[in-house]
Design a protein around this ligand. Sequence first.
Ligand code: HEM
Length: 522
Amino acid sequence: MAAITVDFQLCFIFILIWLFSYFCLYAFFLKKPKELQLQDCGLPPSPPSLPVIGHLHLLLSVPCHKSFQKLSSNYGPLLHLCVFNIRIVLVSSGPMAYEIFRTYDLNFATRDHEAPIMKKSILFGSFGFTSAPYGDYWRFMKKLLVTKLLGSHSLEQTRIIRGEELKTFRAMLFDKAEKNETVDVGKEIMKFSNNSICRMIMGRRCSEENGEAEKFRDLVTKSFSLLRKFLIASTVGRLLKKLGISLFEKEIMEVSQRYDELLEKIIKEHEENPNKKEDRDMMDILLEVCTDDNAEFKITRNQIKALFVELFLAGTDTSAQTTQWIMAELINHPEIFLKLREEIESVVGKTRFIQETDLSNLPYLQAVVKEGFRLHPQSPILVRNAKEECKIGGFYIPQNTTMIINSYAVMRDPNSWEYPDEFHPERFMVSPSKEKDDEREQLALNYLPFGSGRRGCPGAHLGNIFVGVAIGTMVQCFDWRINGDKVSMEETGEMSLSMAHPLQCTPVARINPLASFESGDP
Ligand code: HEM
């Protein structure tokens, strides 16, 4: 009996020791904390780097998207770069971009680190919506933008404004045709989109007479040329700031000051003569929120100014550059130009001008515009920050890593697109059948001209309208003459993508606007 008791005690002690050792083994060797598990996946591969500066020289090469594309085709679609001790991951494949924008969207919902030197600036500063971290301010402004400006319902309410601006654009083209004068396509589309956006957000055009409009357009162009400097400043600048060195501060603050003066004048006009409730524009709404103590979110005057600057930047040059690229492609591909004109004539007819409401009935025009956006994305580099560490494409991404997504490379990836460098709108003419679901999904996965996820472009619909009606008008009403046989498609631009030789061409009217044509305007 006594022997049985001893055996039981031994057995009990043995089980305890076994459980304890298993626990230790499990805790220290078998199961690792989450971060160690993630780290085990390893960082993405890294191309050769230089001592001290690491991969800084790659960030400095122009155009960035091209040198990044070359890098990814040599070393792989997910690369780990280091600039001094700052970590950057370069993404160049659709499926990996999908993980960032969709699977882990919330983790990557902030665009980049706040650049310390830009804090007081209207341009790229801490007042901005585009640079705002994902949080209450961003959510409040986004809701306002969608419900009051860029959503389908708001766009419907401002259709008449854009119709009037399109009429002015068309009249200018007929005038140029009559005088046999050359058109600077980018400049004219910039006027069209800039005037439309100004009237949509602050109820009036910028005046051409006192040079206000020209000043705004000039500032937009200057701001784009500062974008890459801003990216460099927001990565390397943080480090140099500690040494008392500020990068590009003077240049950025100068442009910011000029925006500030122009916008202060417009704000004062609104304060002195506010619109009636039914005619309120975006500026009236924001000023009301600014002074309302009970508003859901208290916004400041500088935040209003920064938002307006961002709307000019986001909406005007983007549409102007894209329209230029597409027009150049159409001139270089006369068979596509004629096919598009045939579609417009068969849908719109031969007695009225194309207008915004026709766009949804013109699938080939939509395909031409989509193909233009694919080949010539205005923002070829998208930036995000990893709030938490995670795993992308099977690799470890540490917390706070700056992610650079090369949408240019994704949209020209030969693994995802047939003839990736060719202008071939037919690829987007996928019939809406069930069997074609996979094909459409595959196209969408690799298509990023407007970015994607929470921080994707809220103005995509409006951008498509600007480009669609401008191209439709230029194809419907005119033939185009250029110097030489082909338009040069050479690229330039630092963070945006522009034509090295802006498109200059002469319209030849093929219809008499005063004869059988009705305006067709809303
Ligand atoms: C041709 C037209 C356009 C193109 C190609 C374009 C492209 C883009 C891209 C690539 C982004 C960054 C998206 C990301 O990081 O995922 C963006 C953001 C943005 N776009 Fe557009 N855009 C266009 C037109 C417009 C228009 C017309 C507006 C408004 C007037 C607009 C307003 C914005 C805003 C406010 C953001 C920042 C969104 C945020 O931070 O949450 N865009 N756009």
